[in-house]
Write a protein that binds this ligand. Structure first.
Ligand code: PLP
Length: 399
């Protein structure tokens, strides 16, 4: 055998008795089989064996199992972003002629996928008011196949009654049993709850997804998503679509999420405490017409949050009084120094984003004025409060 072949076919076996508690980052496209019989018989779908890199590795199987434990699910598939986790659910379950119902305050890029691509494939999107289960009941049609839920909603943080919405869908399924070809599926975007604030599947949903980019990673350095279910048939449909699309994640990223998961509860509760303190302080400021955080009594859906959750995520939003122009609010954001300007949340860095919301957000009472969404990281609460105060005080001087 020539040296170059010797180098390529070099004998290798993973170390015995290397019983570290931390899983390794296994990387491979190809998995070698001892013989053709093994090649033909090995099954990846039940996670009992390895066949090809896109079908899973010891690292991704371990991550899926730990995430399923966090989420209270039986099954999990990984995607390279949270947005693709939403897209995978849509692609796996929706056919031409179907309709998907999406909460009016849902994560914006998920709506954009529905409008931009699902529409192209003959799938209709209808929005509903997540604070009004009757509105959901009225919007359900014979074509409805999938109902998305999100708790709390993006940016404006209204907290919906998830069990009531699920009950509406179940009633529609029961009523339409004869006429409806397939039951309506419910899917929850559980990025905010992260498997910590409440248990998605105790709320009765069929599927959940998370942007692992947020809390499970926690480092602000990974993009990843996951879709969860307790139902074997739904999981099978999902993972076959996942496999056909060639969706997979890198081992180094999976390893980072495995590392982040070990501290998720500590981070979630610490960031919760800092965020609540800042949101309560914001209520005392005269600049704001409203402060949105589910733990504040005036925040829409507060009573539902109180009933269903044991914690809250690191987000709060302020609505500036209409006397503040959007240019003044932009200048306020520019004066922040501890908060950075940037998208995403649940990492160490605290972030702010100004939004002008669509008038037709269609969720409870309409919000008038410019909104700033704050994502609170791991900086000290005193420094974050002082930063907000100096930026607001500068604003009054401007006015
Ligand atoms: C961030 C986010 C996503 C998308 O996650 P990415 O990994 O950034 O694609 C989906 N849903 C919610 C609620 C999010 O906040």
């Amino acid at each position: 055998m020539t040296p170059d072949t010797q180098l390529i076919n070099h004998p290798y076996k993973a170390p015995d008795e290397f019983e570290a508690s931390t899983p390794g980052a296994f990387k491979a496209s190809t998995v070698l089989f001892p013989n053709v019989a093994a090649m033909r018989s090995r099954q990846w779908a039940d996670r009992s064996a390895y066949t090809y890199g896109t079908h899973g590795t010891p690292t991704t199987f371990t991550l899926e199992a730990r995430l399923a434990t966090l989420e209270g699910a039986k099954h999990c598939v990984l995607t390279p972003s949270g947005l693709l986790a939403i897209g995978l659910v849509d692609m796996a379950f929706l056919d031409a002629g179907d309709e998907v119902l999406i909460p009016a305050n849902a994560y914006g890029p998920g709506k954009a996928f529905a409008h931009g691509d699902l529409a192209r494939w003959g799938i209709q999107t209808t929005f509903f008011d997540p604070l009004n289960p009757n509105d959901l009941a009225e919007k359900i049609s014979a074509k409805t196949r999938l109902v998305w839920l999100e708790a709390a909603g993006s940016i404006t943080l209204e907290f919906p009654d998830v069990p009531a919405c699920v009950a509406v869908v179940r009633a529609a399924n029961d009523a339409g049993r004869e006429g409806r070809a397939r039951p309506i599926i419910t899917a929850l975007d559980n990025t905010w709850g992260a498997g910590v604030a409440f248990q998605a599947f105790e709320m009765g949903v069929d599927l959940s997804m998370q942007a692992l980019t947020k809390y499970p990673s926690g480092g602000g350095d990974v993009l990843m998503g996951a879709v969860f279910t307790r139902d074997a048939a739904l999981h099978n449909t999902l993972q076959m679509c996942h496999m056909r699309l060639g969706i997979c994640v890198g081992a180094n990223d999976a390893e980072l999420v495995l590392r982040g998961l070990q501290t998720i509860h500590v981070r979630y509760h610490h960031q919760d405490a800092t965020t609540r303190s800042l949101a309560e302080w914001a209520v005392t400021r005269q600049e704001f017409a409203a402060v949105r955080h589910p733990a504040l009594p005036d925040s829409p859906g507060h009573a539902t949050w109180l009933r269903d959750c044991s914690a809250a995520a690191c987000l709060f939003s302020v609505v500036f009084k209409p006397c503040y122009s959007s240019a003044q609010v932009d200048a306020f954001c520019d004066r922040l120094t501890v908060f950075g300007l940037g998208y995403s949340w649940a990492g160490p860095m605290s972030l702010a984003v100004p939004y002008s919301l669509d008038a037709d957000r269609g969720c409870g009472e309409a919000l008038v004025g410019v909104v700033v969404r704050f994502a609170v990281g791991l900086a000290h609460v005193d420094d974050l409060r002082a930063d907000l105060a100096q930026a607001l005080d500068g604003m009054v001087a401007d006015a």
